[in-house]
Design a protein around this ligand. Structure first.
Ligand SMILES: C[S@@+](CC[C@H](N)C(=O)[O-])C[C@H]1O[C@@H](n2cnc3c(N)ncnc32)[C@H](O)[C@@H]1O
Length: 256
């Protein structure tokens, strides 16, 4: 007879119940897993020919002056949400990615921003902070919860309560949730911030799902990019801008 410890059995039961209550989440997790396996079997080498600093990238993409970019970057403060004291920005999005998302929102004053990949909510909080300072705009965030029921509580835990009135959080896989979330909004998308799936095929699918909703002149910003970002930029006939960050892969930016 196979013996399983009560702790493992309870955990297994909780995961199975959650998967049955949210079959689309289970399907998205399976898809993430398949795409990660594909990447392991088909590794690729890629590095951008050029990568810029945050300030240079914002100057190139938006035409703002260095002084006004530095002024908004100086005003970015770390999030103070319910659980932020135990977290550091380095656990989640890099400071370059967070600075770009915040500064773009301060300078371009978007009315609608869509973000995929929330985790504790550092990028979320930085975007909401910018919208609040602008006095206008709304953020839709999408995240796929882990199947353990307690995992949902950590999504966006660092987002301060006073910034949440401009925020809609949608739970689910990014590729299927993007059209669902966007079809409920009448206005076009000004900024799409992708930081959910990090696999080759997952990132390509996410860019493709959001692109039709992005207005001309709108921006696609993605963390930890590599070849799929370059492939996508060529596919839509745009020149990508890359921003250097100390960790892993650069941040990518495309103006539509
Ligand atoms: C790197 S973290 C996001 C960090 C966050 N943007 C920040 O800067 O602090 C990635 C998040 O994406 C979520 N995720 C992974 N695959 C996803 C998918 N297919 N659809 C939606 N969310 C996904 C994970 O649950 C995780 O919370």
């Amino acid at each position: 007879m196979l013996l399983v410890s009560p702790r493992i059995a309870t955990r297994g039961w909780a995961l199975a119940t959650q998967a049955l209550s949210h079959p689309s989440w289970a399907v998205s997790h399976l898809s993430n897993f398949n795409e990660a396996m594909y990447d392991r079997k088909h590794p690729w080498q890629w590095a951008p020919a050029e990568s810029l600093s945050v300030v240079d990238a914002l100057q190139k993409a938006g035409g703002w002056q260095e002084a006004e970019i530095r002024a908004v970057l100086d005003e970015l403060v770390a999030p103070t949400g319910p659980e932020s004291s135990t977290l550091t920005v380095d656990q989640d999005g890099s400071s370059e990615f967070i600075q770009l998302a915040n500064a773009w929102c301060r300078l371009a004053k978007p009315q609608l921003v869509l973000e995929t990949g929330v985790a504790h909510g550092f990028s979320t909080a930085s975007i909401l902070q910018a919208l609040e300072r602008n006095g206008s705009g709304h953020l839709i965030s999408i995240d796929l919860p882990h199947l353990h029921p307690d995992a949902i509580k950590t999504i966006g835990a660092a987002v301060p309560k006073e910034l949440r009135s401009r925020w809609t959080l949608c739970l689910g896989g990014e590729v299927s949730t993007i059209p669902r979330a966007m079809s409920a909004r009448p206005e076009p998308l000004d900024l799409f911030v992708q930081d959910a799936s990090h696999s080759y095929r997952g990132q390509l699918k996410a860019y493709g799902a959001a692109w039709p909703f992005l207005r001309d002149g709108g921006v696609l910003l993605s963390d930890d990019v590599s070849e799929p970002f370059d492939v996508f930029a060529r596919r839509v006939g745009r020149t990508p801008i890359y921003v250097h960050q100390p960790k892993w892969r650069p941040v990518g930016l495309i103006v539509k």
